[in-house]
Design a protein around this ligand. Sequence first.
Ligand SMILES: [Zn+2]
Length: 320
Amino acid sequence: MSSRAFELAVPDIAPWRAGNTGVEGVWRFESGQPGRQVLVSALVHGNELCGAWALRSALQAGLRPRRGGLTVLFANLDAFDRFDPAVPDASRFVGTDMNRLWGAMDWRHDTAAHTVEHRRVLALAPFIEGAEWLLDLHSMHEEGEPLGLAGPLPHHAAQALQLGAPALVVADAGHRAGRRMRDHGPFGDAGLADHFALLVECGFHGAPSSVAVAHDMLARFLVASGAVDETDLPTGWRVSAPAPTQRLLTVTEAVTVAAGEPPRLAQPWRSGETVPQAGTLVGWSGGQPVRTPYDHCVLIMPTLVHAAPGATLVRFAREA
Ligand SMILES: [Zn+2]
């Protein structure tokens, strides 16, 4: 379980549920002017509410692209429908983690094994494949400073560092358990240097501050993409504090949960924390000690929530 109480209210997205594309939860607006195809998404995990708050704001404000096209996408509605603040971790997904099903989608023909998430990914894939810029809003199991996951391709990290936030940009290869939406199709192609995807972890799932981060990131992303001008944004989206200095970290290793003895952490680590000494005991996986591999190792999202064998326990990162 997470250490902190869940204080964030559930957004009412019922008026925005139908979409206008024939696919539930997906809205698409065209400016009729040249420009990028931009997609913003929330609720890839059903218990990560901050992004749904931000996208709801955009729809309620009637925000429309000035240039190119804008797609607004609520991803895992079935999981979101099951959200219960008493057991917030239970509605991350219904049958399968939706953020492990992308990429080659080898599972496509094994229809007998399909869960609601497999079917939903098939319905959403054309929208992701048609986008040029993608912002995917998430939150974290534990408290920690917001961070952007830029994937393994350098041009995505470079663009993330142009946004001015979040303070931590993390270049990483994702999860052994399967490919993420942010790495799907054109966003995993090194030759498509104008494509850009960023997954933002806006803070702890239940923290009201995650909603402010989601709005601020949505504002920065939409303006940088050229879809809207600063003056088009609803008031209150920008965080008033000056933009932080961004740091780029590279994940060198994602430690997965081993089978056997349940994993443990040696202390309540915080995501983004720097561990000075190499060899520091971080915890245990499958009964074996897990230690930092180098000095000044940054721990990215250490967590025991959803710690089934094969899931990511912690990532080790260092300054690029
Ligand atoms: Zn998530």
